[in-house]
Design a protein around this ligand. Structure first.
Ligand SMILES: C[S@@+](CC[C@H](N)C(=O)[O-])C[C@H]1O[C@@H](n2cnc3c(N)ncnc32)[C@H](O)[C@@H]1O
Length: 215
């Protein structure tokens, strides 16, 4: 139920923005995806973002990873229903150890802050990327200061974060608990610690921050 609800909450934002505005906001990425790129979507859940990428860029090889097995089964079913078998694959794997290297694009959609070890995950993304690869980090929109988030969207995210995201992050080591309202400064600092040398806000919506991080 939680995983189904999560997918229903986030998917409309991906349908509305991912291909039309988020990918074009990343310098050089759209052309690479059109030509055929290796793409990984980490913490993909039911795969809505993964399937949108596979649909939009038929020359690219797209794989979704999540460590929650029932979500991966659901994502595989959706790929089959959408006729995307063979263009996209889904595998059970943790963010800290997903397989593959030399990816052109690794993306994490609304999932990094949920992870018990977001720094370990970001480090592994860095290792798995090609030297000229791109890390697309999509996180819930947040200002850097508490008072910037005292608005209807911030209140919604703080509430959900307290009972879902923080609780999940605390369930493993080291239990970083970034929370859904981590904000750009905290995320950029974590990405720097993970080995990314350039981080910028590519774009945003009222619900999402879209960060472009390069090795
Ligand atoms: C809020 S959901 C977002 C799912 C999907 N990206 C979306 O936007 O619909 C977070 C996802 O991250 C996954 N996740 C959390 N920690 C993970 C980890 N350490 N490794 C792999 N997946 C993880 C969860 O199983 C869940 O599917």
């Amino acid at each position: 139920m939680l995983f189904e609800g999560t997918e229903r909450f986030f998917r409309p934002g991906y349908v509305a923005n991912l291909v039309s505005s988020w990918i074009p906001a990343l310098d050089g990425v759209e052309d690479r995806l059109r030509a055929g790129a290796d793409v990984a979507d980490i913490g993909c859940g039911h795969g809505s973002s993964t399937l949108l990428l596979a649909q939009a860029y038929p020359e690219s090889r797209v794989v979704g990873f999540d460590y929650h097995e029932p979500s991966i089964e659901q994502a595989r079913k959706r790929a089959a229903d959408a006729g995307l078998d063979g263009r996209v694959s889904f595998e059970v794997a943790s963010a800290a150890s997903f397989p593959g290297e030399g990816y052109d694009l690794v993306a994490v959609f609304d999932a990094l802050h949920d992870m018990p070890d977001p720094l370990g995950a970001a480090r592994h993304v860095r290792e798995a990327l090609a030297d000229d690869g791109v890390f697309l980090l999509v996180e819930p929109f947040a200002g850097d200061r508490l008072e910037d988030n005292l608005n209807p969207v911030g209140r919604l995210f703080y509430g959900a974060s307290t009972v879902i995201c923080v609780a999940h992050s605390k369930s493993g080591e080291p239990g970083t608990a970034l929370g859904a309202q981590a904000g750009e400064a905290r995320l950029a600092s974590l990405l720097g610690e993970a080995g990314f040398t350039r981080v910028r806000r590519a774009t945003e919506t009222p619900f999402n921050l879209v960060l472009d991080a390069r090795p």
